[in-house]
Design a protein around this ligand. Structure first.
Ligand code: PEP
Ligand code: MN
Length: 347
């Protein structure tokens, strides 16, 4: 199931009827997809709407898993869900973003699974908190040493995420990879994009970055879906997405002189940046001494705002990312202030 990279898990946001589940399973067979997702219990932000088919849906899941030779993945939120799934031969689970937020619940679900699941996917928590995500993965691994555990990246709620429903914040994914190089990471482009027309570009980014799998919502008739209607793909779009997926080699394996020459250039440029930062720090220290002698405050709001505006305007003229340069300059400024604070405290 996980041999190809990226491997695909797809299916509806929610199981809605036996007919819908059969139509989805048939499409998965035709697209040679071996794993189907479907939500049975749906934790919705606000009450009063469809909250999943429950145990009835598990019967549909069990039937299609058997008749279409698929592995069905579903979300378990309460410990009772685990037992109900296992009673219906469903043993591929995911932990949802709202559950990952709660270490106590994750621990309880993990203990209840007690190594009876084949695969467990752990979604990132809603907030950009890597520790919480990592902690949930560790809690799941603790009681399930024989299960295959993957991280599932569904983006983060940052209040205003711009064009996407959830901001991908790829840096957090790179950081997770750094801490746990052994862990496979799956991307959920559907919950990041929030709109069907943006799903393929997020999936291609994940694939270009070398992530291991894709978890994509699809539906026989997305416009009629009871949950997440805007972001589910119809089977034609899913087929196109897969057909156009960029398949990349791990770039460490590339023996390519052109790439190596360019990387050498980057190394030289980075050393120049570091030398400039060193020179900058020397000046900052002299200024720090001067401020101390003259009993001046270390932080000056006017100077801070004016220099930030100037750097961002220059960045724009130079074709650099204004958002990126603003972030870099805020860090440089904050490090300079810290340096001068230390000087002000010296006896
Ligand atoms: C889902 O995958 O259908 C889901 C509810 O996702 P999340 O936990 O990422 O919101
Ligand atoms: Mn969904």
């Amino acid at each position: 199931m996980f041999e190809s990279k990226p491997f695909i898990i797809s299916g509806p946001c929610s199981a809605e009827s036996l007919e819908q589940m059969k139509a989805s399973a048939k499409a998965m067979n035709e697209l040679d997809i071996k794993a189907m997702r479907c939500g049975i219990w749906k934790p919705r932000s606000r009450p009063g709407v469809f909250e999943g088919a429950g145990v009835e849906g598990l019967k549909w899941a069990q039937e299609v898993q058997r008749d279409y030779d698929l592995k069905v993945f579903t979300e378990v939120i309460l410990k009772e869900h685990v037992e109900q799934c296992l009673d219906h031969e469903i043993n591929h689970f995911w932990i949802g973003a709202r559950t990952t937020t709660n270490p106590y619940l994750v621990e309880e679900i993990s203990k209840t699974i007690a190594d009876r699941a084949k695969v467990i996917l752990v979604k990132n928590p809603i907030a950009p908190d890597l520790k919480l995500w990592l902690g949930a993965i560790e809690r799941i691994e603790k009681y399930n040493p024989n299960a295959t555990v993957f991280a599932l990246h569904r983006g983060f709620s940052t209040y205003s995420s711009g064009e996407y429903r959830n901001d991908p914040l790829w840096d957090i994914v790179f950081h997770l990879k750094e801490i746990r190089p052994d862990l496979k990471i799956i991307n959920d482009p559907s919950h990041i994009a929030g709109k069907a027309e943006l799903v393929d570009s997020v999936a291609y980014m994940a694939s270009n970055l070398g992530l291991d799998g894709l978890f994509i919502e699809s539906h026989p008739q997305p416009e009629l879906a009871l949950t997440d209607s805007a972001q589910q793909l119809n089977f034609g779009s899913l087929k196109n997405l897969i057909k156009n997926l960029p398949i990349k080699k791990a770039n460490q394996q590339l023996e390519n002189d052109d790439l190596n020459i360019l990387r050498d250039q980057i190394d030289i440029i980075d050393r120049e940046i570091l030398k400039s930062l060193q020179k900058r720090q020397e000046v900052i220290e002299v200024i720090g001494e001067l401020k101390k002698e003259n009993k001046l405050e270390v932080f000056s709001l006017n100077r801070y705002q004016a220099s930030l505006r100037d750097r961002v305007a220059s960045a724009e003229k130079m074709g650099l990312s204004t958002r990126g340069i603003e972030q870099i300059y805020r860090i440089i400024h904050s490090e300079s202030v810290k340096k001068q604070l230390l000087i002000s405290l010296e006896k």
